[in-house]
Design a protein around this ligand. Sequence first.
Ligand code: MG
Length: 274
Amino acid sequence: MNFKNYFLNRFSAFILDCDGVIWKGSHVIPGAREVINILRENGKLVLFVTNNASLSRRTYAEKMRSLGFDVDPKEIYCSSYVTAMLLSGKVERVYVIGEEGLVEELELAGLKSVDSDKAECVVVGLDRGLTYSKLSKALACLLRGALFVATNRDPTLPTESGLALGAGAIVAALEAASGRSVDLVAGKPFPFMFELALKDWNLEASKTLVVGDRLDTDVVGAKRAGLVSALVLSGVTSLDEVQSAKVSPDFVLRSITDLVSLDLGHNYRAIRSS
Ligand SMILES: [Mg+2]
């Protein structure tokens, strides 16, 4: 099979994970901007997903623009926004462990960030200003039976100086203390993030490709949402890990540039694994 233009011919929408796919830390993956431009010039919809909940859609778009990506906030599905959509109309008063971007999205969706004694729901995201007091207040809410919601369960996040504590570790602390399990999770690998994007843009699942660098979040999440997935080797997952993993992406690519340039002339060939 000739893979040149294969992805352009087969798919009408591309849902791209960000870290490890279009950038790594503060460095843009070579060719990522150009690939996105080519996809758009060919009439394709390009959306962005990330479990990052510390920024809102608005501030995430600013970050992306500063890295040279021309993006509308509506094209971004960050877990702060997705959490707000998950809760919109279900609860009103929330106690938030999280950062400004999360609070901004919750309030835009009509939810109120309140003190723990007035909250009917605890929302937990990455909070780099986390304190013992905040955790204790959240625990009191949970012991009263408040809805327990997480932006994502990633235990760690990569930073320039190595791994840092992720939202999932904060969730785990509250699960241990409360003896409860989290009720709802917005981020990957739970499928809600992808389902929301499909619904908002009226996308056909069979013509939508998810591109990610992690098997346990991007690929598993895509499968749960009934979407085709491509794993790129430009992020955290190596080819050896792909080959020994239980979960198989539909495609394995060296990087996002293979979406528009791949043909059989390359040394490394796309692995179609299902
Ligand atoms: Mg990633």
